[in-house]
Write a protein that binds this ligand. Structure first.
Ligand SMILES: [Zn+2]
Length: 112
């Protein structure tokens, strides 16, 4: 059993097979925003750039550069993902913001 890269900093260390692997292999789709962002983080760690491209939202005329994404994935040291879920959820909108912080080397980069 290997711990899923997105869970390496979690107390709840799920195995890769029970976490992001089914998404990355296209066996099922993530059902929550958190699962999607976790799987995209893991895709960078395992250098599954096709998954990143397939789950990328691009605005008009914007092109996802797979080669550049691969270079970035290969040149980064992926240390873990910190998920910050707000304690207060605004019930009127039934939406909660989700902050995910990939820890890469000694830097933190916010995904949006
Ligand atoms: Zn995972």
């Amino acid at each position: 059993m290997s711990v899923c890269p997105c869970r390496s900093l979690d107390q709840n260390k799920l195995p890769f097979e029970e976490c992001c692997q089914p998404f990355l292999e296209g066996k099922k789709g993530p059902s929550t925003a958190e699962a999607l962002m976790r799987s995209r983080y893991t895709a960078y760690v395992v250098k599954n750039i096709h998954y990143i491209a397939d789950t990328q939202v691009t605005v008009k005329d914007e092109v996802f550069d797979k080669e550049e994404a691969l270079k970035w994935a290969e040149s980064s040291e992926w240390l873990g993902l910190l998920v910050k879920i707000p304690k207060k959820v605004v019930s009127t909108t039934k939406r909660a913001s989700l902050n995910l912080w990939p820890v890469i080397g000694t830097r933190k980069v916010e995904l949006s």
